[in-house]
Design a binder for this molecule. Structure first.
Ligand code: NAP
Length: 254
């Protein structure tokens, strides 16, 4: 497939370039600064429309993968919609307006968005729901750790886990979420504690703790390398080609 990787020079984008090239795909990269990654040409963002539409002489793209920042991703997804190119979004940290713009793009192209392309995290979401259903009334605390360069907090994956908590409790826990704690505060029964750590080069760790007075269950996912996100994103891109316009998540591709 002919794949455009947007954010190709980044921590995750460069792994995607390596993964897709390794699978024999025809890969071009895009980033603000033109460069090469793994011997793959990285074009400046001004060339993106041409690369998507195929006016650069190599034919139109089959699919694009975006691991950039929300503000840029919104704009590029709209460009992909105009070019008719399926779009995989790994970028996290969107506000409502940004998400609406992505959903608008999905009216004319298939858009697959996932806050985490690790298969283990998809499994964690299911296990968390099962754990909460099996242990009603247990206290729930979520802790996530990422590298010091991560911008958004809590992580997109933490938000997906919180949604899974809501599903399992059949409630909207948004009002019950306590982000960190300081000072005098007794834990409410329905409260879900959310704790964020940023340090070093941690690829991504999420832990859900379920406890009552007599036992503690912890469910942890740890990404050992960014290759796991790259493999999942390329799997998703391969799957998305030829799908109808619409909104998809990683679970659909799995
Ligand atoms: N869904 C998942 O599984 C998953 C996994 C890991 C990370 N992420 C998310 O993916 C995103 C990127 O993470 P990262 O750690 O790879 O970031 P990063 O290392 O900072 O890389 C960002 C990339 O985006 C490019 N970029 C930044 N602003 C841009 C703009 N305005 N237009 C075009 N390109 C732009 C950068 O290129 P220049 O430096 O040249 O601008 C760079 O190539 C974050 O939102 C992160 O949370 C998701």
């Amino acid at each position: 497939m002919r794949l455009v990787v947007i954010g190709a020079t980044g921590r995750t984008g460069s792994e995607i370039v390596a993964e897709a090239s390794g699978r024999g795909h025809d890969v071009v990269g895009v980033a603000r600064s033109a460069d090469t990654v793994e011997d793959v040409r990285v074009h400046p963002t001004e060339k993106l429309r041409d690369l998507l539409e195929g006016e650069a002489g190599d034919g139109p793209a089959d699919v694009a993968i975006d691991f950039t920042v929300p503000g840029a991703c919104r704009e590029y997804a709209t460009m992909a919609a105009e070019a008719g190119v399926p779009y995989v979004v790994g970028t996290t940290g969107f506000d409502e307006e940004g998400l609406d713009e992505l959903k608008e793009a999905s009216e004319s192209i298939p858009v697959l968005k996932a806050s985490n392309f690790a298969r283990g995290v998809q499994a964690l979401l299911r296990v968390v729901e099962a754990g909460i259903e099996a242990l009603p009334g247990y206290d729930i605390e979520l802790t996530e750790t990422h590298h010091s360069g991560k911008r958004d907090a809590p992580s997109g994956t933490a938000k997906s886990i919180l949604n899974a908590v809501d599903e399992a409790r059949e409630s909207d826990s948004e009002l019950d979420r306590t982000h960190g704690r300081e000072g005098e505060h007794l834990r409410e029964e329905s409260e879900v504690g959310v704790h964020v750590r940023r340090a070093g080069n941690v690829r991504g760790e999420h832990e859900v703790l379920l406890a009552d007075n007599d036992e503690v269950l912890t469910l942890t996912h740890r990404a050992e390398s960014r290759r796991v996100f790259a493999a999942g994103a390329v799997d998703a891109a391969e799957w998305l080609i030829g799908k109808e316009a619409g909104w998809y998540d990683f679970e659909d591709a799995l």
